[in-house]
Design a protein around this ligand. Structure first.
Ligand code: GDP
Length: 359
């Protein structure tokens, strides 16, 4: 028997795999003669929330198969984690489509950064057909949403919505759409996608499952810890003016060892969620802290974690004023006085990028 929503075979064993429904729920619905949707489709239809399941397909083929029927794609990107959420592999797949970039969570940035500045910064990072295709929004504060809807309505009456997990795609959809949710099975895919009507507009948005990544610090945390360290309000920031050979932790999974040959100490700021610990120490103490204090003094992780569980890498960068070093899924360092050398220690697959300053 197949789920009429997504077409996946109904199964009672694994909640993380497509087609799952608890056996007792299945039996009750059968008895009552009601529609039998898998748990994921049921929640999609009634709560408008797409839940990830364990995918064993590669997302590229899945995304490609969704694209066929659409000329316009809305790509939701998180300004707090631009490097982790704007991805070349997705850009490559979307080539040839009109992509509207919804740059979300701008409420997290310090107020001194204007919308115009954010847009200019993004414009340098993404090559767009029309600069207005970059939309600066905040789903949380309902900022820029009606203008996004207006813009989309002029282009099309249906658009596909894509994005990696945790960029705020569901939050954004919930703000602009009605509760009228239809699951559309898509040919060639194992999962259906959700069709949602935009309020007060002749426009339908088709929500796709959040694309999973594996190179953000966030990806290494359990879902409780993710919720805790995902920033909800303006980012916390702290200024450092370290002496030579000092170490600064941004949580327990990212460590900066600082070296410089200049007369004056370097100055930089760290930006991250309020829940992330910033901690400065002597280089000699750093190894011991990493071994014993992850998840306790140093958060994230959120619970006591063995140092040995992670495979680490070290990368060395020389940074100067006006540059930032972004750590995907965690935050960034923004240089006010340099140059200096920073040796970064993070789990092996975490993406590190030096960029022009956003803040
Ligand atoms: P999805 O996985 O892309 O669907 O992301 P969600 O909509 O579940 O959002 C992930 C997290 O980001 C949640 O904790 C949201 O509350 C938060 N979030 C979403 N949009 C915004 C926003 O505009 N600003 C802020 N500060 N947080 C947001």
């Amino acid at each position: 028997m197949k789920c009429p929503g997504c077409g996946a075979a109904i199964q009672f064993e694994d909640p993380k795999k497509p087609g799952y429904i608890p056996r007792e729920v299945y039996e009750r619905r059968l008895e009552e003669g009601r529609e039998i949707l898998c748990q994921r489709c049921f929640r999609m239809k009634h709560y408008g929330k797409l839940e990830p399941v364990e995918f064993n397909w590669d997302f590229k083929n899945q995304l490609k198969s969704y694209l066929g029927g659409f000329d316009v794609v809305v790509w939701v990107i998180d300004i707090f984690d631009f490097e982790g959420t704007y991805r070349e592999d997705i850009a490559e797949i979307l080539k040839g489509k009109r992509v509207i970039y919804a740059i979300n969570k701008v409420d997290l940035l310090p107020r001194v950064v204007t919308v115009k500045e954010i847009k200019e910064w993004v414009k340098k990072r993404i090559r767009v057909h029309n600069p207005d295709d970059i939309r600066i929004v905040s789903a949380e504060k309902s900022f820029g949403l009606s203008s996004l809807v207006k813009y989309l309505s002029l282009l099309t009456d249906k658009a596909l919505v894509v994005g990696v997990t945790n960029v705020g795609k569901s939050s954004l959809m919930n703000k602009i759409c009605t509760h009228e949710n239809t699951i559309s099975p898509f040919p060639g895919t194992t999962l259906g996608i959700l069709r949602r009507k935009v309020r007060e507009a002749n426009l339908y948005l088709y929500d796709t499952p959040g694309i999973m990544t594996n190179d953000r610090i966030l990806d290494l945390l359990d879902s409780e810890c993710q919720k805790r360290v995902l920033p909800r309000e303006e980012l916390s920031r702290k200024t450092f003016k370290p002496d030579n050979g000092r170490t600064i932790f941004m949580g327990g999974l990212c460590r900066f060892d600082i070296h410089f040959e200049t007369e004056k100490n370097p100055i930089f700021l760290l930006f991250s969620s309020k829940e992330v610990t910033f901690h400065e120490t002597k280089r000699e103490r750093a190894d011991e802290l990493m071994r014993n204090r992850l998840g306790d003094l140093l958060i994230p992780p959120c619970s006591k974690t063995e140092f040995e569980n992670f495979k680490w890498k070290r990368e060395i960068f020389t940074l100067k004023e006006g540059e930032e070093l972004a750590v995907a899924g965690l935050g960034w360092m923004s240089v006010r006085r340099g140059p200096f050398t920073v040796e970064v220690t993070v789990p092996d697959n975490v993406k590190l990028v030096v960029r022009e300053a956003l803040v």
